[in-house]
Each structure stands twice: as C-alpha cells, then as structure tokens.
Design a binder for this molecule. Structure first.
Ligand code: A3P
Ligand code: MG
Ligand code: MG
Ligand code: MG
Length: 355
C-alpha cells in the first residue's frame, strides 16, 4: 500500500480521532474546574504555563496511542518530572482524578489509575524525534494561554513518517462549527491525511465537511494573540502593504480557520529577542498537524523565505525564520516578497538609529 492510497493510514486516523476526542472531553471538564481554582497551574522553565489539563490530556492521548501502536515513538510536549515533586502532590492528584474517573477515557482500571502508570503514560512522550522513523507528535493543549483565557486552544496530534507529516488531527472545543452561524454550536475536529484531503467534523463525530468551504469576505492575516510569540509590528507592515486585516488567535486553531477559508494568510514571525537571549526554536508538535491541514486543503506552507518546513531534525525545527501559510498559492509568493521588503525597512531603521 502506498503512502497516498485511499486506504492508507485509515486505522491510524480513527485511533487519532478517538484520542483527540477523549482528550478534548478531559480539557473541557478541567477548564470548568480551573475557572474555580487558579492554583492548578505551573510555570515551566521558559515561563510558559502548564495546567492539569495539559498533563491529563497528554496522559489520555499517549495511553490510546500506546495501546494501538505499542512500537511507535511519541514526541510529546509535556513531561511528568514536575508532577513527581512532593510540592506538586495536589496537582498530581488532580491530574489523576481528571483522567481516571471515567473508564471511557481509556485509563479506567484500578491498576492504570495509579499515580505511577499515569506519570509513565505522560513520559511516553519523551522521544527525541529525528529523520528516519515513524513517530507521533502530541501537543495536548496548544495555546495553553488561550485555554486559560477561555479563548481558542487546540488538542493536536500528528503522524510523521521519514520526516513527512502523513496525518494530522486537531481538536478545537471552542471553535464555532459554522463560521457564520453561532446557532450550530461549538466544537470541531479537523482531520487531514496525505493525499486524501482535509475535513472538519464536529467534536461528536458528525457532519463531515471537506475543506476549504467558507469564502470569507475579508482578507484576514491570522497571527498569534501573544506578543511574545511573534513579531506583531513586522506583521502589521506586511498586512498594510497587502491590504490584509489582522486577526489575533491562540493556538493551531489559526491553521484550522485558514484551512476552512476564513482567513487568507497565517503569518508567524520570530519575536525580537531581548537581553542576549537565544532566538526561540519552534517545536514540531506546534506545526506538524496544522501544516498538513493547510496542504491538504490545497494551500501552501513554508518558512518566511519560501523554504519547506523541516520535521525530521528532532523535537525542534531548527533556525526560526518564521512561517507563511496561505490557501492561495499566488498570495503565498506575494507575502514572502512583502516580508523581505518589511524586513529591509526594519533593518534600515535600526542602522539609522545606531550612531
Ligand atoms: N517565544 C516564542 N516564540 C514562538 N512560539 C512560542 C514562544 N514561546 C512559546 N511558544 C509556543 O507558542 C505556542 C502557542 O502558539 P500561539 O501563540 O500561536 O498560540 C505554545 O504552545 P503551547 O501553548 O502548547 O505551549 C509554545 O509552544
Ligand atoms: Mg506549552
Ligand atoms: Mg503548542
Ligand atoms: Mg501545549
């Protein structure tokens, strides 16, 4: 069976959808608890937040994946070290109760509910990635800041074979099912398999729609909501030149909205570094599922210089030159050129300012 035959990755697709759906149920439950009790949040070494929801969702997804594909390595965002610390015992208990209460979440038996096996399930995501293998990426909550704000966040899963993303599944509990009709409610899963197109289904698995399907009247440029994650002034310069309207949103929900046709471009440029800090290296779990969604919806994604993204380097994606995704190939070229001009203007200004 070739990578692109119609039945390729059919089992993987169904398992991935089930895993993402279960994790979304967990994150929705956790959100309601977090709103009551803000203490279940830790700050990681890079000062980003991680919540009981991130840990619980990764435990659920890894357990489903390991049951179905025991030999597949997993590159997951979270690790359980912080949960092992005595000072975080309360948080650990909350993660266990979030994942273990219901047998339907896949961690049902008494044995599996024990703290040790839960921490082990989270740590199944510790693979280092690399070029010549079949591996999963897991971002249990992408856009943790959006999750905490009650905004957009995404439960993200991808399968990568020999550095090529072949399957992407993204669950967005807070996204409207129909962009223009709030009455249809919220909660979608976006699915793409290499060579088989991109689809949206509801969180409960109904109403499959092929992407893109929604022609927006406004040309939006989707960008990060969080100023530390992107270069907002540079994106503004590009948007002004191309007559695009900026639309800030957390998480890979940006890729999902773009793939539906709601936006024209997703632009992510490295934020300027301060105090001699190393530039941020993007992670494969933050872009692998979104990139295949864009490509299978007929779009194009590269870095800001037009070079293909690299998913076989390890957990990181190497030097960060920013990302450009569009559903329209011609627009992609115009955005890459506009970035060059905007960067030139920025550099010229810096040179002028330096005596
Ligand atoms: N300085 C930085 N520059 C770019 N991305 C960053 C960053 N610091 C953290 N991130 C990543 O940005 C992701 C969120 O992207 P967005 O801004 O599009 O919502 C985070 O995912 P998590 O929320 O899974 O940690 C995190 O991996
Ligand atoms: Mg994070
Ligand atoms: Mg992320
Ligand atoms: Mg995350």
């Amino acid at each position: 069976m070739s990578l692109t035959s119609p039945e390729a990755f059919s089992v993987e697709k169904h398992v991935a959808i089930a895993a993402v759906r279960r994790a979304c149920l967990v994150t929705c439950t956790v959100f309601n608890q977090l709103v009551r009790d803000r203490t279940d949040i830790l700050q990681k070494e890079d000062e980003s937040p991680v919540t009981v929801g991130d840990y619980a969702a990764q435990a659920v997804i890894n357990t489903v994946l390991k049951n179905a594909f025991p030999n597949d390595p997993i590159v997951g965002e979270e690790g359980a070290d912080a949960l092992r610390q005595g000072s975080n015992a309360r948080l650990r208990e909350r993660v266990i109760s979030s994942t273990g209460e219901k047998a339907q979440w896949g961690l049902g038996s008494e044995h599996e509910r024990s703290s040790g096996s839960l921490l082990k399930a989270i740590d199944e995501g510790n693979d280092t990635g690399g070029p010549n293998k079949r591996m999963w990426t897991v971002d249990p909550i992408d856009g943790t800041k959006g999750f905490l704000r009650g905004g957009q966040y995404a439960v993200c899963l991808s399968l990568i074979v020999n550095s090529q993303v072949v399957l992407g599944v993204i669950g967005c509990p807070n996204i409207q099912i129909h962009p223009a009709n709030p009455d249809e409610g919220k909660g979608c899963i976006f699915v793409a398999v290499r060579g088989q197109g991109a689809f949206q289904i509801t969180l409960s698995g109904t109403g499959a729609v092929k992407l893109p399907y929604f022609p927006s009247e406004t040309s939006y440029v989707l960008q990060s909501e969080e100023p530390k994650h992107t270069n907002i002034p540079l994106i503004k310069r590009v948007s002004d030149e191309l007559n695009l309207t900026e639309w800030g949103m957390d998480s890979q929900a940006k890729y999902c909205c773009l793939a539906r046709g709601e936006g024209a471009v997703y632009l992510r440029m490295p934020a300027p570094t301060v105090g001699g800090k190393q530039p941020y290296e993007e992670r494969i779990w933050d872009h692998a599922p979104g990139s295949i969604l864009i490509e299978e919806a007929g779009g194009k994604i590269t870095d800001s210089e037009g070079t293909p993204l690299r998913f076989g380097l390890g957990r990181g994606m190497g030097e960060n030159r920013g990302f450009v995704a569009t559903v329209d190939e011609e627009l992609h070229g115009r955005v890459v050129s506009a970035i060059k001009r905007a960067q030139f203007t920025e550099d010229a200004k810096k040179t002028k300012a330096t005596p």
